[in-house]
Design a protein around this ligand. Sequence first.
Ligand code: PLP
Length: 403
Amino acid sequence: MIPRNQCIANIKAGYLFPEIAKRRREYQAAHPDAKIISLGVGNTTEPILPHINAGLVEGARRLGTVDGYSGYQDEGSLELREKISAVFYRGKFKANEIFISDGAKCDIGRLQLLFGAGTAVAVQDPSYPVYVDGSVLIGAAGGVAPDGSGYNGITYLPCTMENNFFPDLSRIPSQCLVYFCSPNNPTGAVASKEQLNALVKTALEKDSLIVFDAAYSEYIRDPSLPKSIFEIEGARQCAVEVNSFSKSAGFTGVRLGWSVVPLELKYATGESVNADWSRVCATIFNGASNIAQAGGIAALDSEGMKEISSLTSFYLGNAKRIRDVLQKLGIQCVGGDNSPYIWAHFPGRDSWEVFSEILDKSQVITTPGAGFGPAGAGFIRFSAFGNRDAVEEACQRLCCIIV
Ligand code: PLP
């Protein structure tokens, strides 16, 4: 038979969330009467709000008419790209610097094709799994080191209580692809303007490129915190940004996102990253659903933006309830104020063990920090993406347990 891709052989068996789902199924099978509540996966639960939903419905209706029909639109609808530039970047990007996609995760996976197997990669540790797993799949990283320090070939930048969840940038190698997520999944920390200034300065000094993941930018309520890397001077020369309608408009199942690749961005050889990205998108991706894009256009007008603000405020309300309970229990935690995740510290504990203990005592599913990287050991992530009743019930149950 045909040989297996060795890069896939390098990846650790079991993606984090399927593993949690498996443990949930096992627990349910052993306790058939248990009413399990999930504060685990970052999957949205609230219905899409009426104005944005009407945009989706209208997009579907138009496809059934001669005048309204549209087919392939590789880089996305011009109207949507111009709206994204106006709403998120004060019109500073041209339409050909914005690429519409089927989501930020898919873009992060495809972006790796621009750099290939030989690339040095640095990630915040802990981090959203696709940065590391995608690097392993493309061969930029090797197998798991036997000492548990992570994958060979990845530079882990620990984000801990001690450094206030912002890494030591001096550890970034030169000519490196640096993944940076703010507001962060899983820690919930949001980088300040000064911190992002330092990140951009380091990337420029080290001829490195930042992939900035802003998927949770609409959760930022503190106006002093940057929502985009492009609020930072010099970022056009060293960064691309990915973002998504998933967590702001509830499009996790609809699938719509975008990437911004500035025309100024160049490889070491002087060639344009934007031109290559356009080529990759046209070659292995045929554009986002036209229905999803109609929903995205509705989401970005004034009525849609009010709905985005109301949906994100709702989940932030959940986050506050969860954080308040944890703090009452004396558990140290961060996040949940400008992000939908709360990162709770259980010093010296194995996070899978804490996960099982919380499940046993309260039938609440969480996410063990160790699943996000070596520095996640001793932490648990709580997600605020639940229905209000379920979150309140989970909070009541958590109140009664001491882990
Ligand atoms: N980026 C981060 C940091 C995320 O946490 C997630 C989803 O949980 C995504 C991207 C995925 O976004 P999308 O649904 O647009 O693929």
